[in-house]
Design a protein around this ligand. Sequence first.
Ligand SMILES: Nc1ncnc2c1ncn2[C@@H]1O[C@H](COP(=O)(O)OP(=O)(O)O)[C@@H](O)[C@H]1O
Ligand SMILES: [Mg+2]
Length: 383
Amino acid sequence: LVDQAFADRRLFKMVLSREAGGLEAARARYAAEPSPPLLLVELDENDGDLMAHIDALGEVCVAGTNLILFGHRNEVELYRALIRRGVADYLVLPAEPVRLIEAVLDLYAEPGAAGSGRVIAFVGAKGGVGSSTLATNTGCALARIANADVVVVDLDLPFGAADLVMNLEAIHGVHTVLADPDRIDDGFLGRFAAKYNDRLHLLAAPCALDGDAAMAGAALENVIHALKQQAHYVLLDVPHLWADWVRTVLLLADQVVLVAAPDLPSIRNCRNLIDFLATGRSMDLPPVLVLNRVGLARKGEVPNQDFGTSVGLAPALVIGDEPELFARAAAEGKMIEEVSRKAKASVAIGQLAKLVAALPATKAEAKPTAAGSLLARLLRRKG
Ligand SMILES: Nc1ncnc2c1ncn2[C@@H]1O[C@H](COP(=O)(O)OP(=O)(O)O)[C@@H](O)[C@H]1O
Ligand SMILES: [Mg+2]
């Protein structure tokens, strides 16, 4: 397949080496030397834990290496899991040479563009835990840190407040395109999203009680798919409710951020949500658990570690309650980092942005869990 695909294209007469052995051979080789920009690996059906092998290879590869896999399993779930894992493409064998050519062209025609946007869903374990606040603020941090186009989508159609939080006037929004899919075209983001800055956009909620809050999962899926073509990151602010379309959104996202408060209702709801996600996204990374507003209750809060043990997932980040900072940001219609870049919450949100975008952390942030619990310990001592 590789020979045929690369034979008649001068551009591609660049296959440098070829060897036997699947992911493990590649990992062993590139542990010892820098990996090339493009790796093509045929999977060995006896490869055992495929995702673990991919992660291991990813760890030794230099940044910018793209991985295209070939395999015999033709399963949508496998394909989606691989793409979420950072694999550039997966081709089912036997494949036509043109498929490989397309895959390579897709990769290099316009890196980071066309259809490659990453979808990140924010959901609260209960209402008021700061899920919406973290969605918009993570969007802001992400746009700055990754210098990428980010769109925040307020899916709380009747009650969303992202437009107020971001101090934007939104005439159009999610509802405009949901109601009339014909309006979805190459430039709809520019026309229907409000602009916070050059990189950060908001598809606002209508916040009217006249419509039917029930959304069709399929229509929403179309909108999200189209948004992926137009932005590098699509951040979904998913309201705290349980409906078919919510389930659809949580299952199609590349990453789910679960925001919780350190209390018992959050624990119970987190357990249920984590179970749901583990079943529906069995081949994916677990959600990113964020404990927010820690210290608010002062007494009777569940310690962070106990929270992690109870739900079977360690919090990736712990953010303290900083009422003055958040109230000031809200009153001024600014993002937290614009009020104070140095505030602990801003630093944490920056870490969260890198985590969900799968961007490399700085040395100090290398172990978000440890950093989280350190921050938590400091906060607890303060409390
Ligand atoms: N770490 C924090 N410290 C203080 N206030 C916070 C913090 N995180 C969120 N808030 C505030 O909590 C309120 C509820 O947040 P919101 O994002 O609307 O919650 P949700 O979307 O989960 O219902 C908002 O007023 C927000 O400013
Ligand atoms: Mg909300």
